[in-house]
Design a protein around this ligand. Structure first.
Ligand SMILES: NC(=O)c1ccc[n+]([C@@H]2O[C@H](COP(=O)([O-])OP(=O)(O)OC[C@H]3O[C@@H](n4cnc5c(N)ncnc54)[C@H](O)[C@@H]3O)[C@@H](O)[C@H]2O)c1
Ligand SMILES: O=P(O)(O)OC[C@H](O)CO
Length: 382
């Protein structure tokens, strides 16, 4: 770690490290220590729990224990995943080989997991979020704050709905977001990376989330642009599918760079059409260009899309996902479909040839090679 980067660790984090027992005993008497629940325990959910658990132990203003809600499943050994996590301190299915921290407690009961917590971290594949929120209505503390690490969106009759809005609307609480160039397996082994917190109004709330996630190898910056940060994280998954097609067709680095540039252009245009408040500067944060690069180089969406193109589109994404990811979930294909629905409904298809072509290839309407043929349809400017 470069000293310059280490020096950026927030002062409270540095001051409190080493004084944990004193601070805990002071705060034990108080009831205002924040209690954190992580809702989700997949690949990124488990790494998020690990990051958070290292900080709740160091920082006296948080309860040590971090609850992690687990969508329960039975392993081939016959044991419940939750029991194995609590016995071994490892998520053997979604993050094998990594200790989460002894203060992470897995809980298969969603209501029990959020009981008493005032900081809720949502991190599941986006397709499950609506059902999870429905189950949480009336079950959470009125003063709870939420943060979404979920990259994705829902499309409703009224139009697109970002996951942070879904959480806010259904649960009546404020919701920030955290997105970035964050391939979970790399952060799990503490390789340096950055992330962006997007917050709505309250800078103090944002600082609290930064504190909870920040480590010397995970540098978090806050920006006041929830929609911009969340749309970056969501839309880059569509571009990652396009990048995977290019890799599967062995078209080389220049083509992939072109796809990334065109993808970024569509990401920005789509975000600003939906939310004119989205800031240009957000695209230069970790959640923007950096996430786009990492995802197009090393993400799961890219990997499965590469296999799809290599097979000439003859094996479905569902089949390849099940075989290659073993329970982990792709977000790019369903996001492309959701984006396509918005584009069709609003008459914007012609404006977004990359996004629409990704959907048409993923659903078998076009062959993978169409990913570079669409460029004739490019609009002259946005
Ligand atoms: N993995 C990464 O590198 C990474 C990095 C940054 C952001 N993200 C984002 O974080 C979110 C979560 O990703 P992940 O990697 O933690 O998940 P994942 O891809 O590992 O998905 C598996 C998880 O889904 C759960 N699940 C399966 N069926 C379910 C159901 N019916 N209801 C509820 N849960 C169910 C499984 O129990 C498991 O916890 C996604 O939006 C993803 O885009 C992932
Ligand atoms: O593996 P992917 O494609 O889901 O991408 C993971 C992260 O979103 C990268 O930041």
């Amino acid at each position: 770690m470069a000293p310059a980067l280490e020096a950026q660790v927030p002062q409270e984090a540095q001051a409190v490290a080493g004084n944990n027992s004193i601070l805990n005993s002071v705060n034990d008497a108080a009831t205002h220590r924040s209690k954190v629940t992580v809702i989700g325990s997949g690949n990124w959910g488990s790494v998020a729990a690990k990051l958070i658990a290292s900080n709740t132990l160091r920082l006296g203003s948080f309860h040590d224990e971090v609850r992690m809600w687990v969508y329960e499943e039975t392993l081939p050994s016959g044991e419940k995943l939750t029991d194995v996590i609590n016995r071994t301190n490892e998520n053997v299915k979604y993050l094998p080989g990594i200790k989460l921290g002894k203060n992470v407690v897995a809980d298969p009961d969603l209501e029990n997991a959020v009981n008493d917590s005032n900081m809720l971290v949502f991190v599941t594949p986006h397709q499950f979020m609506e059902g999870i929120c429905r189950r949480l209505v009336g079950k959470i503390r009125a003063d709870a704050e939420a943060i979404s690490l979920v990259k994705g969106m829902e499309v409703k009759m009224e139009g697109p709905c970002m996951i942070s809005s879904l959480i806010s609307q259904q649960l009546g609480i404020n919701c920030s977001v955290l997105m970035g160039a964050n391939i979970a397996n790399e952060i799990a082994v503490e390789k340096f990376s950055e992330a962006t917190v997007g917050y709505r109004h309250n800078r103090e709330v944002a600082e609290r989330w930064v504190q909870l996630f920040y480590t010397p190898y995970f540098i978090v910056t806050a920006v006041q642009d929830v929609e911009g940060v969340e749309l970056c994280g969501t839309l880059k998954n569509v571009v990652a599918i396009a990048a995977g097609f290019v890799d599967g067709l062995e078209m080389g680095n220049n083509t992939k760079a072109a796809i990334m540039r065109l993808g970024l252009r569509e990401m920005k245009a789509f975000s600003k059409l939906l939310f004119p408040s989205v800031k240009d500067s957000t695209f230069f944060e970790s959640c923007g260009v950096a996430d786009l690069i990492t995802t197009c180089l090393g993400g799961r969406n890219r990997k499965v899309a590469e296999a799809y193109a290599r097979n000439g589109g003859k094996r479905s994404f569902d089949e390849l996902e099940a075989e290659m990811l073993q329970g982990q979930k792709l977000q790019g294909v369903s996001t492309a479909s959701e984006v396509y629905e918005v584009l069709s409904h609003r008459g914007w298809l012609q404006l977004f040839p990359l996004f629409s072509t990704v959907h048409e290839i993923s659903t078998g309407l076009l062959p993978p090679s169409a990913i570079v043929e669409y460029s004739e349809k490019l609009p002259r400017s946005f």
